[in-house]
Design a protein around this ligand. Structure first.
Ligand code: SAH
Ligand code: SF4
Length: 350
């Protein structure tokens, strides 16, 4: 079985020709898939029934996912859904909406998962603590976005941004992640702007180097969390012995090739990586490189780690700024429904 939601537009052109159909049928098919949310091939009314039969005959299908759970934050701006693809594939996806004081349509960001669980084992991350189950396929990544797109369409809203910050390490599932990005950004498919997408990685060096060579204008964020290897390896146990230096070098190569600056994410953990000394060390590492640091005060998980007091967060930020490093603190979304960064896990719900 091949899911039609993993077929890229060029491949769709070849497919319709192979089925003896004129090429414009590919556009009709793509239009129906990305704008009408069909559940089965028989619902593709835009194409002739003989072609629908031929697709079924050739083993094409439309994947089925179902909503196993949904929770909405008190302010209604964050929605977390548990999607079921099959008996062993449950993942969480989050929609975050930001309303401008000037009115108009909200910014609607979908946070997608790329794996069930995660092999990287970061000690402060709920997904990392559930272990690794499997990689998601491109169509399962695409389905998460289309799910919310459909939901928003009913209120005349649409998905404006996409972040690969849900469950899993996107660059450890490189091929399927890139295929999903291509499907979601291709003007003949979903058509989201490439610049409205951010891929976050804990630091798969080969993935960063490969991404730099793709013809994609997506943004890249690297989860650094520490300015030295000793501290980083306590937080990211799978990190190599020289991971800080290697990541820093990879980020420089990425900038040289693409001209796009990288954001470093830094989960701030009380008493672990939030001291003034650590802030100064981080500033020293990153200064003069145009780097941007996004501090994420730790969101609670079942682990023993806590977030620092607000004044410690602001002091850390100030040291970076004084050291010439651009630094922001991430706006918190969905903590009370465990939908914030690092809180996604599925083994307790399924
Ligand atoms: N695997 C990728 C992307 C998913 S995690 C990565 O690690 O970058 C997305 C972001 O959430 C990362 O920056 C990660 O460090 C952060 N994160 C994980 N657990 C967190 C927690 N408990 N509190 C705050 N941020 C967390
Ligand atoms: Fe995986 Fe990212 Fe969580 Fe680390 S922070 S365990 S890389 S999802």
């Amino acid at each position: 079985m091949i899911d039609l939601y993993r077929v890229l537009p060029d491949e769709m052109d070849e497919l319709v020709v192979k089925l003896g159909q004129p090429r414009y049928r590919a556009d009709q098919l793509l239009q129906a898939l990305y704008h009408n949310s069909p559940n089965t091939i028989s619902e593709l009314n835009q194409i002739p029934s003989s072609m629908r039969d031929a697709l079924v005959e050739a083993n094409y299908t439309i994947g089925s996912q179902s909503e196993a759970n949904r929770i909405v934050s008190d302010d209604g701006k964050t929605t977390k859904i548990l999607l079921k693809f099959d008996e062993d594939t449950f993942i969480e996806t989050v929609l975050m909406q930001y309303y401008s004081s000037q009115g108009g349509h909200p910014r609607s960001t979908v946070c997608v998962s790329t794996q069930v669980g995660c092999p990287m084992g970061c000690v402060f991350c709920a997904t990392g603590q559930m272990g690794f189950k499997k990689n998601l396929r491109a169509e399962e990544i695409v389905a998460q976005v289309l799910y919310f797109a459909h939901h928003l369409q009913q209120r005349q809203e649409h998905v404006t941004n996409l972040v690969f910050m849900g469950m899993g390490e996107p660059l450890a599932n490189y091929e399927e992640t890139i295929r999903a990005v291509r499907l979601l950004t291709h003007p003949r498919a979903f058509g989201l702007g490439q610049r409205n997408i951010t891929i976050s990685t804990v630091g798969v060096i080969s993935g960063i180097d490969n991404l730099a060579k793709e013809d994609l204008q997506v943004k890249l964020a690297i989860s650094l969390h520490a300015p030295n290897d000793e501290l980083r390896r306590k937080l990211v146990p799978t990190a190599g012995p020289n991971s800080v230096k290697e990541l820093f070098m990879a980020s420089k190569r990425y900038f040289k090739t693409t001209g796009r600056r990288i954001t470093f994410e830094y989960a701030l953990i009380d008493g672990v990586n939030d001291s003034t000394k650590t802030a100064a060390e981080l500033a020293n590492l990153l200064k003069g490189n145009g780097a941007h640091v996004n501090l994420i005060p730790l969101n609670p998980t079942a682990g023993q780690f806590q977030r620092p007091a607000r004044k410690r967060v602001l002091a850390f930020q100030q040291i970076l700024r004084d050291g010439g490093v651009n630094c922001t603190v991430r706006v918190e979304k969905g903590v009370e429904i465990s939908a914030a960064c690092g809180q996604l896990r599925t083994d307790t719900i399924t």
